[in-house]
Design a protein around this ligand. Structure first.
Ligand code: MSP
Length: 510
C-alpha cells in the first residue's frame, strides 16, 4: 500500500488558534482525506511547540509556570482541532517525555560524532527581546521593537556544524527540484545558500533560560527551541513504534507558511544529514493570510478564530472559503465580505440549489424512487457524465500540485454545466407530457449521479457536506465509488431535499 506522512508546524503556545493556524491544519486534513480516498495509508501529525524564551515570557505574563501555561494552551489547540473535525492521527507536544528523550539522543549522537562543538559567540543582545540581533536588523543601532541600543555580549555556547553541509544541501535541492515547493521557495533557499552558511547556535545557557530540554552533555545549557521542535517530525514516528520511521519518514510531506522557510529549508535538512536520516519527501510552503486592513493582530482586535467562524458559518463553508480563496503558495486576503459572497454564490446558489432542485423533482415526480436508465443514453447525458469525469481527472492533477483552489474550480465548472443541463433539458416542462415521463426519470437519474459524484469528490474538502449528500441519496459509503449509471439499485428510494447552505444576509446572519 502506498503511504503518505503529512505534518503541520507545531504551533507555539503563546497564541491561541487563529486563521493562519487553521488554514495550514485544514490543508493538512484535506490532503490526508484526499490521499485516503485514493487508497493511501495516510498519517497526519500536528501538535504544539512549547519551549523557549517566548513561551517562558508568555507564561510569566499570565502568572503561570511554563508547564501549566503550556498545558492550558496546548489543550486549547487540541480541542479546537477536535471541534473542527480535523482527522489528525497523533498530537505531539514538545514537552512529551518521549520527545525530550529523542531530542537528547540525537544531540548525544551528533555530539559524539563531532558535529557539535563548544565555542564563543559575541553579538548584539536585546534583553527586551531576549535575542541576538545582527547589525543589519538594527535600526539606527537600536532594537526596532524596544528602541534601545542592545548590549554587546559574548557568551559560550554549543554550535552545530551546519556550514559543513552547505554544498550537500545545494546538491540535494538541485537533484530534487520537488524537494521544496512551489519553486519560488526553493529558489529562495538556494539564493540564501549563495552566501556562506554559518554554524547554528543550538544552546542557551540556563543562566538566561531554563525552559527547554537540557543538553545531555552539559546541564548548564538547554536546547535552542528550533533544534528541539524540528525533531518532533521524527520523534512522533519513533514513539509510534514498529516500522513507522522506516516506512513513513521517507514519505514526509511538511506543510508550513513562508515565515518558517529557513528553519525547514536549511536547519532541518542539515540536521537530518548529520543524524544520518534521509531527507523529507517534500516541503510545501504557502503564503500568508492578511486582513483587509493589513496584519491580523490582537491589538487591532481583528483576529479570526476558527470556532467563531464555525459557529457563525459552519465548518465546511469556512473550509471551502479557505481552500478556494487562497492560491497555495501566494498570499491571500481575508474579509468577512468575501467569505459571505462565496458562501452565497458558490455554496447556497450553485451547489445548494443544484442539489435541492434535483432532489425536489425526484420527490415530486417519482416519490423519491430512482427510475431506470435506457440502454442508449442521449448525447447530453453522455456529455454530463464526461464533464464530471474530466473534472475529477483535473482535480487529481491539481491535488498533486496542492492547487486546492483549482481543484475546486474544476468541480464547480462541472456543477455549472449540471445547472445548465437542468435548464436545457427542462424536466419540469417535459413532465407535463405523460409520454415523456420515462425521459424525465432518466434525466433525474443522471442528476442524482452528479450529486453522488459530488459527494465523492467533495469529501476531502467538505467532509460533513459529503456525508449529508450521501445521506440524502440514502447511500452507504460503498455506494459512492460505482461508475456513473450504476450507483443506484432498481427501486432505490432517496430522501427529500433539505437546505444545505442557507443564504447569509450581509449582516452575517443565516
Ligand atoms: N513553533 C514554530 C513552528 C515549529 S515547527 C517544528 C512556529 N509556530 S507558529 O505558531 O508561529 O506557527 C507558524 C505557522 O502558523 C505558519 O508557518 C503557518 O503554518 C501558520 N500561520 C500563522 N499565521 C499565518 C498567517 N497569517 N497566514 C498563513 N499561515 C500562518 O512558527
Amino acid at each position: 500500500m502506498e503511504r503518505i506522512y503529512i505534518t503541520t508546524p507545531l504551533y507555539y503556545v503563546n497564541a491561541e488558534p487563529h486563521l493562519g493556524h487553521t488554514y495550514t491544519t485544514v490543508v493538512a486534513d484535506t490532503l490526508k482525506r484526499y490521499y485516503r480516498s485514493i487508497g493511501y495509508d495516510a498519517f497526519l501529525l500536528t501538535g504544539t511547540d512549547e519551549h523557549g524564551d517566548k513561551i517562558a515570557q508568555a507564561a510569566a505574563a499570565n502568572g503561570l509556570d511554563p508547564k501549566a501555561y503550556a498545558d492550558r494552551v496546548s489543550d486549547l489547540f487540541r480541542s479546537t482541532w477536535d471541534a473542527c473535525g480535523i482527522a489528525y492521527d497523533h498530537f505531539i507536544r514538545t514537552t512529551d517525555g518521549y520527545h525530550t528523550k529523542f531530542v537528547q539522543s540525537v544531540l548525544q549522537k551528533i555530539y559524539d560524532a563531532g558535529e557539535i562543538y563548544f565555542g564563543e559567540y559575541g553579538g548584539f543582545y536585546c534583553y527586551g527581546c531576549e535575542r541576538f540581533y545582527t547589525e543589519k536588523e538594527l535600526v539606527d543601532g537600536k532594537c526596532p521593537d524596544h528602541q534601545k541600543a542592545p548590549d554587546y555580549i559574548s557568551e559560550k555556547n554549543y554550535f552545530f556544524r551546519m556550514g559543513k553541509y552547505q554544498q550537500r544541501l545545494i546538491d540535494a535541492l538541485q537533484a530534487r527540484p520537488e524537494l521544496i515547493r512551489p519553486e519560488r521557495y526553493r529558489s529562495e533557499v538556494l539564493a540564501f545558500l549563495r552566501e556562506p552558511l554559518e554554524d547554528l547556535c543550538i544552546s542557551r545557557p540556563t543562566s538566561r533560560l531554563q525552559w527547554g530540554i537540557a543538553l545531555p552533555f552539559d546541564s548548564n545549557y538547554v536546547t535552542y527551541v528550533w533544534f528541539d521542535a524540528l525533531l518532533n517530525y521524527v520523534s512522533a514516528l519513533e514513539h509510534r513504534g514498529g516500522e513507522s520511521i522506516a516506512v513513513l519518514w521517507p514519505k514526509a510531506n511538511h506543510l508550513i507558511a513562508k515565515d518558517i522557510l529557513k528553519p525547514h529549508g536549511i536547519y532541518w535538512p542539515t540536521m537530518l544529514m548529520a543524524a544520518g536520516l534521509p531527507l523529507y519527501d517534500h516541503l510545501h510552503v504557502h503564503g500568508y493570510w492578511n486582513m483587509d486592513s493589513g496584519k491580523m493582530s490582537k491589538s487591532l482586535g481583528n483576529v479570526i478564530r476558527p470556532l467563531e467562524m464555525k459557529a457563525r458559518f459552519g465548518m465546511d463553508a469556512f473550509r471551502y472559503f479557505l481552500l478556494r480563496e487562497m492560491a497555495f503558495g501566494q498570499d491571500a486576503k481575508f474579509s468577512e465580505e468575501a467569505l459571505v459572497t462565496r458562501i452565497n454564490a458558490d455554496l447556497a446558489n450553485n451547489l445548494g440549489n443544484f442539489v435541492s432542485r434535483a432532489l425536489a423533482m425526484q420527490q415530486k415526480y417519482f416519490d423519491g424512487v430512482v427510475q431506470p436508465l435506457s440502454a442508449n443514453w442521449a448525447s447530453e447525458d453522455v456529455k454530463l457524465r464526461d464533464i464530471f469525469a474530466a473534472a475529477e481527472f483535473d482535480l487529481k492533477s491539481q491535488m498533486e500540485e496542492l492547487q486546492f483552489h483549482r481543484a475546486l474550480e474544476a468541480v464547480w465548472s462541472a456543477l455549472d454545466h449540471a445547472n445548465r443541463y437542468i435548464v436545457q433539458t427542462a424536466p419540469f416542462t417535459l413532465i407535463k407530457d405523460a409520454e415523456k415521463k420515462a425521459r424525465v426519470g432518466e434525466l433525474l437519474h443522471h442528476l442524482l449521479e452528479a450529486v453522488r459524484t459530488l459527494s465523492r469528490v467533495l469529501a476531502p474538502f467538505m467532509p460533513e457536506t459529503a456525508v449529508q449528500l450521501r445521506d440524502l441519496l440514502a447511500l452507504g459509503d460503498d455506494g459512492l465509488n460505482a461508475p456513473w449509471g450504476q450507483g443506484f439499485a432498481a427501486g432505490h428510494k432517496i430522501n427529500p431535499p433539505k437546505v444545505l447552505f442557507p443564504r447569509i444576509e450581509s449582516n452575517g446572519k443565516k
